[in-house]
Design a protein around this ligand. Structure first.
Ligand code: DAH
Length: 339
């Protein structure tokens, strides 16, 4: 009896099946009511009493072995064979690598959000422009050095086509089709013929703001600037305005903010002055309003313009301008948590 059981064990261990049906046939052959193993339990009655324990155990083990073996055959024959597809369905899912937002986009969105809270809406204009929108309508004299080949990428003379050197061109684009009140913010890319270095690039980004209405005053400009600076750089931030010159504003000013690295005491970042320059601004020159068909006796306005790279450098201390356009993922991934 024991030999018979051991022989059956060997047979069962070697069982194979090519389909679930074949596995089921094996179950019937060995484990059903009239099956081979069930038959052994019938023979068990004739086993001498002193062998009953040993034989009983052996039959039970054989039954367990057969059940497991046949169940395994059923499972393996009914599973879809994915090996041929080159897929490993047992692998855990790979984590989804989320992209990051570009630091210039983060800062641009932040600037827009601040001005939006003051009622400014976004306006855009073309990067490929003409002399009128970039220079003449903005009160640049015919011999102004900004028109010089050194600064502007001229594409064509007649009719004149050039790449805009500042987003101030969008002021004209809006004023020529819209009557005051005008309250716009214009983000965009600008181009200048500069040698590329850590501190200069042939393209960069600006945000322009323009507000034209009745009774707009320098006090409105100053309060707008203070609000912007404190929202952007924190409530402790101080501002100071220095007289400056731009063809399209009169009077013109440059705005500095208190250096947040040293708290205004003076450090290497602010070159010991306690202040860092961040933007240009002023009251829209009446000549600019008139050139764009707006009555300068009825309306006044203020304008301001800033470089997004400059603001980003101040916020995140990026030391080399070239990093913004190299798309080095190690740099971009630094901004993972910043929004
Ligand atoms: N367009 C100037 C530039 O590119 C920046 C600027 C200065 C814009 C003063 C303004 C402004 O609107 O009022 O350097």
């Amino acid at each position: 009896m024991i030999e018979k059981i051991n022989a059956l064990k060997a047979v069962i261990q070697a069982l194979t099946a090519n389909s679930p049906e074949e596995a089921e046939a094996l179950r019937i052959k060995y484990l059903s009511k009239k099956g081979v193993i069930t038959g052994l339990f019938a023979d068990f009655r004739n086993v001498p009493a002193e062998q009953k324990k040993e034989v009983g155990q052996a039959i039970n083990e054989l039954k367990t072995l057969a059940t497991e073996r046949i169940n395994a055959l059923k499972e393996s024959t009914s599973a879809v064979d994915t090996s041929a597809l080159g897929l490993d369905l047992t692998r855990s899912a790979a984590p989804v690598a989320l992209g990051t937002r570009h630091p210039l986009s983060i800062v641009r969105e932040e600037i827009i959000a601040i001005f939006r809270r003051l009622g400014f809406t976004i306006a855009e204009g073309p990067e490929i422009e003409d002399d009128w929108h970039v220079f003449s309508s903005l009160n640049f004299a015919a011999d102004h050095p900004a028109r010089d080949m050194q600064d502007t990428f001229f594409i064509q003379r007649e009719p004149d086509v050039l790449l805009r050197t500042h987003t101030s061109s969008v002021q004209t684009r809006v004023m020529e089709r819209q009557k005051p009140p005008i309250r716009i913010i214009c983000p965009g890319r600008v181009y200048r013929n500069e040698a590329i270095s850590a501190r200069a690039h042939c393209f960069f980004h600006q945000v322009e703001a323009l507000y034209v209405d009745k009774n707009v005053s320098f006090a409105d400009l100053r309060q707008t600037l203070l609000y912007f600076a404190q929202e952007m750089f924190g409530p402790e931030t101080k501002i100071r305005l220095r007289p400056s010159y731009f063809p399209f504003t009169e009077p013109s000013a440059e705005m500095d903010i208190s250096c947040d690295l040293c708290g205004g005491k003076g450090c290497s970042f602010c070159k010991g002055t306690g202040w860092v320059e961040i933007l240009g601004c002023g009251m829209v020159d009446p000549n600019v309003l008139e050139a764009n068909g707006i009555d300068s006796r009825e309306y006044t306005g203020f304008a301001l313009g800033m470089g997004i790279e400059r603001i980003t450098n101040l916020k995140y201390r990026v030391k080399d301008l070239r990093m913004f356009s190299e798309n080095d993922r190690r740099f971009l991934e630094e901004f993972q948590a910043a929004h």
